[in-house]
Design a protein around this ligand. Sequence first.
Ligand SMILES: [Ca+2]
Length: 410
Amino acid sequence: MKKNSKNRASRTSLSLAFVAAACGGGGGGDGSSTPAAAASSSSASSSAAASSAASLSQPCNAVTASATPGSVTITQVAAGLVNPWGLAFLPDGRMLVTERPGRMRIVAANGSLSSPITGVPAVYASGQGGLLDVVLDPNYASNSIIYFAYAESGTGGSGTAVARAVLDPTMLALSAVTVIYRQTPKVSGDGQYGARLVFSTDGKLFVAMGERQKFTPAQDPLQSLGKVVRINTDGSIPPDNPFVGRSGYLPEIWSLGHRNPQGMTRHPATGQMWTAEHGAMGGDEINTPEAGKNYGWPVISYGLNYDGTKIGEGTSKSGMEQPLCYWDPSIAPGNLVFYTGGKVPAWSGNLFVAALKDMSLMRLTVSGTQITGQERFSIGKRVRDVRVGPDGWLYLLTDETAGQILKITH
Ligand SMILES: [Ca+2]
């Protein structure tokens, strides 16, 4: 399968009309359980407000990227995956892929799928829940350890959990499966688990988790809903975490006030984590979560509730961080990654963002922690994950029941 996707440079510049029209109607979120939009978008007014105050954020697509815009080629690498969620490249070039219903498989470079890997724990496969992200240990080549996130049932409902396991040399079985982290508390419903896993340069595991559609727990420092947490690989808490020793705070918390972060990646030069999170109706965000800081949900947001009512107190508040940029209407961001592949020099250091609802791949140009432009590539399928492959090209997972791995070349 091949098709071309033209950029929208000729249509855009700074037009607010483009902001409102390009990405369809309101409604963000992830998956079929997302409520439908009940009122018209607020993009024009919130965008205008943002541009009038330098301290506020701006729409991610306020500027159209100009560096080597143009078409990309989309090639199918593999098919037959059911709602694939997370992709990790193995040292030999094969891919370890999760499917949300609870399976994990090895995908060969030629696209052939292994049988499901045995030993994966029971997952709560409902709504947005199931088997989610997977990542290799930094020393995987010598220890064969992997980590994965999933929705787990338990007292009170369900919640995000993180397990580690050894991938057998046959690549067909997990052993020594150990749950190293559980989001607390478990709650009802099947939405907004997050969850992405990324190692820091010093070997700590960052876990980005959603607020389970419960709103205020994202601000509660005694719950891990709506938080980015930082843990050791055995699940213990690093003593230099920002809230260690502070009464009334879970010691694993790195940052607070997140809604549903389903994208997280490490900046290749600075080592800082960058996240993408779903807003409600509008208000999807890119953030760079810093130790101990509060990212505002549900007190501040650039989106509206699905019934069109205002969320919290507005778009800014003292003591709460602004996103680097936001999307309104929502694109429903999946994962994101910095381009380090070297095949397209003009993409070097650009941030690529998977978009579910918008069925696209966004290329954001970046200067420091400023988003300076956006180019949109239409994929035509819900895009869950984006990674840089060992061959230097981009690889996507499509969030479909007939899900694919796609390769993006330029
Ligand atoms: Ca925020």
